[in-house]
Design a protein around this ligand. Structure first.
Ligand code: HPA
Length: 236
């Protein structure tokens, strides 16, 4: 039991999938895991552990933004022994060839700041996905025929962004999409020698203003969960 996770030792699997929304964690656990068991509900941040194809898996909410994700990921790794952490979430498309519903596998995550900025000082650390997870997720997405892009994303601290010029620079530099968590997830995984990846669905588009209709969200979200699970347990 930690400050923010009321689970008992052994309640949390080495593989953890992390949607931002705790109710998405509940839905994904009930839909994809066998015998999902609620292992945390402190502050309404739900976490479930069950099995997928016989492998133990935890699906735990991260909350929105890097400070929230950082709390859960620190505790999951340091106190509960998580080793493979995969964010499953939504993002805003930033390139014309990135369409709503497409999947983005984030190779790197740029940011203005992460909760780690304070101690990195002059170092501009490059948060990077784990290669074994990234390549396995790409293969899983290809096999399913899901339109998928692999490249850099932007982890922003703001959803209601007052700096359209920054988004333009990101687009100009080939950044595929914006979300709010991956840079800190990758930084913490690097610090603790864990594997991390962000598998994202494009839910809206910054350039076209298009947004995923709400009845489509569940199906697209399910694709992401399956890609993440296949990647986590791929031996290639
Ligand atoms: N900005 C930040 N995070 C997001 C967005 C966005 O436009 N869409 C989905 N997650």
């Amino acid at each position: 039991m930690t400050v923010h996770i009321g689970a008992k030792p052994g309640d949390i699997a080495e593989t953890v999938l992390m949607p931002g929304d705790p109710y998405r964690a509940k839905w994904a656990a009930e839909t994809f895991l066998d015998k999902p068991k609620l292992i945390n509900d402190v502050r309404g941040m739900l976490g479930f552990t069950g099995t997928w194809n016989g492998h133990p898996v935890t699906i735990h909410g991260s909350g929105m933004g890097m400070p929230s994700l950082s709390i859960y990921v620190n505790e999951l790794i340091r106190d509960f022994g998580a080793k493979t952490l995969i964010r499953i979430g939504s993002c805003g498309g930033m390139q014309d060839d990135v369409k709503v519903r497409d999947v983005i596998l984030a190779m790197t995550a740029s940011s203005i700041s992460t909760p780690s900025l304070g101690f990195f000082r002059e170092v501009n650390f490059a948060p990077t996905a784990d290669w074994s997870l990234l390549s396995a997720a790409f293969k899983a997405a290809e096999k399913r025929g899901t339109p998928t892009h692999v490249g850099g994303i932007y982890s922003s601290d703001v959803f209601y962004d007052e700096r359209p010029d920054l988004n333009e620079q990101m687009t100009r530099h080939g950044v595929l999409a914006v979300e709010m968590e991956a840079a800190e997830l990758y930084t913490l995984a690097a610090r603790y020698g864990c594997r991390a990846l962000a598998v994202l669905t494009v839910s809206d588009h910054l350039r076209t203003g298009e947004a995923l209709p709400s009845d489509d969200r569940e199906r697209s979200f399910g694709d992401m969960v399956e890609i993440a699970l296949e990647a986590a347990f791929s031996n290639t």
